[in-house]
Each structure stands twice: as structure tokens, then as C-alpha cells.
Design a protein around this ligand. Structure first.
Ligand code: KG4
Ligand code: ZN
Length: 333
């Protein structure tokens, strides 16, 4: 049976709705970004995020239906990000999804945000198992092994800052606007030389990550230079930081891909938009002979299409939410 799922995503600072057919085809995909409202605070302000979601929620749902030229009666189910994320932000999407599902007598499917990021790839080409996903976003840095649809094994994760978080914090040190990831990426490509920063490998064999030491190394470097009255060269700092992040992410993903003998490697989450990381992964896995997939930019950052793709397989597996669904800020994969 064909499915047409209306998906809703409000876990952070994008208010998004999309309609996805069969977990693979984007019928419509609407994202309302709030980045401009959070910029002057240098990060996402939860209270502001929730208010924006309230204002934009029905607008993006109506737009998703109208772009698809569909009415609620054409839909199979309503999916929504249940967690992880900002609880107040999640609740706006969840309540909208519940109301919509109740009003139109549709099944409700709660979806994990990171499962969504991984399933963004299914909108480009079919996922093949076993598959390894490197999930790098503002809140997550994880290596996930999938042996079949809907099953996620956490192989490694960050013990402190997420990669995107480290990017955004280092960007602040360099006085770059929020979100800093793209700015560091751009600056890093302007430099030919790099400041040497440490690589954090943790214990031998570990697939975990740690980025807070690297972040501190950048802060200390700037502090020491300031004290000596010397100017830092931001592009060289950006390149040094990015080189360290990219080398560790690539090396650990490669080692895991070999160990689990995977058929595909996919990158997911906002930081997979990083040009340095993309190039490094592309070169590494081309050499290794393992297909690597990274979704196009607009599917790497937060959107609802990815939620609809993940939800299709959960719907098929019989997963159903009800009106007692609550936001789960710390939801596990
Ligand atoms: O997945 P995402 O849109 O939202 C979360 O679920 O966190 O990821 C946002 C993160 C931010 O930290 C942002 O700085 C980072 O992704 N990001 C990048 C790039 N584009 C976005 N980081 C590095 N390089 C980029 N080009
Ligand atoms: Zn995300």
C-alpha cells in the first residue's frame, strides 16, 4: 500500500512540514527558519524558538498540503519528531500533530530526530544494510550501525560537545556569526597554513568522540596570543580546528566501516554540510571502495522530509502514537 505521510519537525529552530510518499519521494517540503531571530543572541534561545513555532506551525502545514495539492483525506498518517530536542519546541509540533491526527482521524507516528537525519538519505537512494551512519549535528555526534530498517545500534558517540556545538563555540571565539559552522568552513578554505591543534582519539579501539578539549585548545591559543599582544589569523585557526575535527571523524568512521563490513556509509546532520568533511569522506571511501552518500544541503539541516522518510518504516512496522504523546528531550535512538 502506498503511504502519504504528513511529517512535522520543530525540535530546534526550524518549523517544518512535509509530505512524503512511501518513505522515498518528497511530495512537498516546507521549512521556516528562525536563524535570524537567534543570531543576535549567538545561539538558539528556547523561549524564542517555541514562540516562532507557534506562529509558523499552521502556516507550514497548510503550505505543505497546498504545494502537494492534497487535502487531509489523501493522507495515510501524521508523523512528528518526538525527541530529542528542546522540550518546549518539540511540544508545539507534537500538539499540532496530535490535533491534526485527531481532527482528521489519522494514525500518529512519533519519530526520533536522528533517525530522521539518517533517513534523509533514503530520499536520495535506497538505504542498503548493513549501513553505517555518521551523524554530526548541533546536538549529536554519533556513529550508528543499521542492520535493517528501524534498528539503530549506537557504536560511538561524543562524551562532551557535539561537533556542531564545538563549531559554533569556536566560531564565537573568532567573532563569527551564529551558526558558526558554515563560517568556519568558509574561512578554513581561505587558509593555506593551519594552527596545529590536538587530535583526540580516546582509548584505543574506541568509537567515541571528545571535542571539548579541542575547543579549549582554541580558546587557550587565542588567550595566549592576546596576552602576547599578537593578532591571531582567524582563517588559520579555523583551518587548524576543522582539520582536527575532520581527521578524527573520518578515521573513526573508516575503522567502523571496516569492522562491520558495511555496504554503505552515510553522513547525516547539519555538520555533514561541511565541505572539508565531505571531501575527506569522499576521498577516503572512494579509496576504500565503499559507497558514501551525503544528502544535499537542504536535507542535511533540519527539515520534516527526513522525518516523513523515517516515519514510513515505523508506520509499516506498526508503530503508533496516541494523544498522550509527550516531548522527549533526551529520547534515545
Ligand atoms: O542538524 P542541524 O541542522 O541541527 C541540529 O539538529 O543540531 O545542525 C546544526 C549544526 C550547527 O551547529 C551548525 O553550525 C552546523 O550544523 N553546520 C555546520 C555547517 N553547516 C551547518 N558545521 C560545519 N560546517 C558547515 N558547513
Ligand atoms: Zn538536526
Amino acid at each position: 500500500m502506498e503511504t502519504y505521510i504528513l511529517a512535522i519537525e520543530t525540535s530546534c529552530d526550524e518549523t517544518a512540514a512535509a509530505i512524503i510518499k512511501n518513505g522515498t519521494d518528497i511530495i512537498s517540503n516546507v521549512v521556516s527558519s528562525q536563524i535570524d531571530s537567534h543570531k543576535r543572541f549567538g545561539g538558539v534561545v528556547p523561549e524564542i524558538a517555541s514562540r516562532h513555532h507557534v506562529e509558523q506551525m499552521t502556516v507550514v502545514i497548510e503550505e505543505a498540503l497546498s504545494q502537494a495539492n492534497m487535502t487531509p483525506s489523501d493522507l495515510t498518517a501524521v508523523a512528528v519528531t518526538e525527541g530529542p530536542g528542546l522540550v518546549g519546541a518539540l511540544l508545539i509540533g507534537i500538539n499540532a500533530a496530535k490535533a491534526f491526527a485527531f481532527a482528521h482521524q489519522l494514525p500518529l507516528v512519533g519519530t526520533h530526530h536522528i533517525a530522521g537525519h539518517i533517513y534523509a538519505n533514503n530520499l536520495m537512494q535506497p538505504m542498503e544494510f548493513p549501513l553505517l551512519a555518521l551523524v554530526v549535528s548541533g546536538g549529536h555526534t554519533e556513529i550508528v550501525l543499521m542492520k535493517e530498517h528501524g534498528h539503530f545500534e549506537l557504536i560511538g558517540e561524543t562524551r562532551d560537545d557535539a561537533a556542531g556545538e564545538a563549531y559554533d563555540k569556536v566560531a564565537r571565539v573568532l567573532n563569527l556569526p551564529y551558526p558558526g559552522g558554515p563560517h568556519i568552513d568558509r574561512l578554513a578554505h581561505e587558509a593555506t597554513e593551519a594552527v596545529k591543534f590536538p587530535r583526540v582519539w580516546l582509548e584505543e579501539g574506541s568509537y567515541d568522540f571528545s571535542f571539548s578539549g579541542l575547543k579549549s585548545a582554541v580558546i587557550n591559543y587565542k588567550h595566549n596570543m592576546d596576552q602576547r599582544g599578537e593578532e591571531i589569523i582567524p582563517a588559520q585557526v579555523a583551518k587548524g580546528f576543522q582539520d582536527s575535527v575532520v581527521e578524527v571523524l573520518t578515521a573513526k568512521t573508516l575503522r567502523a566501516a571496516r569492522q562491520f563490513d558495511v555496504k554503505q556509509v552515510i553522513a547525516a546532520g547539519g555538520v555533514s554540510a561541511n565541505k572539508g568533511l565531505r571531501t575527506s569522506l569522499e576521498q577516503t571511501f572512494a579509496q576504500e571502495g565503499i559507497p558514501l552518500y551525503v544528502p544535499p544541503l537542504h536535507l542535511c539541516t533540519d527539515n520534516a522530509a527526513m522525518i516523513g522518510a523515517a516515519a514510513h518504516y515505523m508506520y509499516e512496522a506498526g508503530v503508533r502514537g496516541n494523544l498522550a504523546m509527550n516531548g522527549r528531550p533526551g529520547m534515545e535512538l
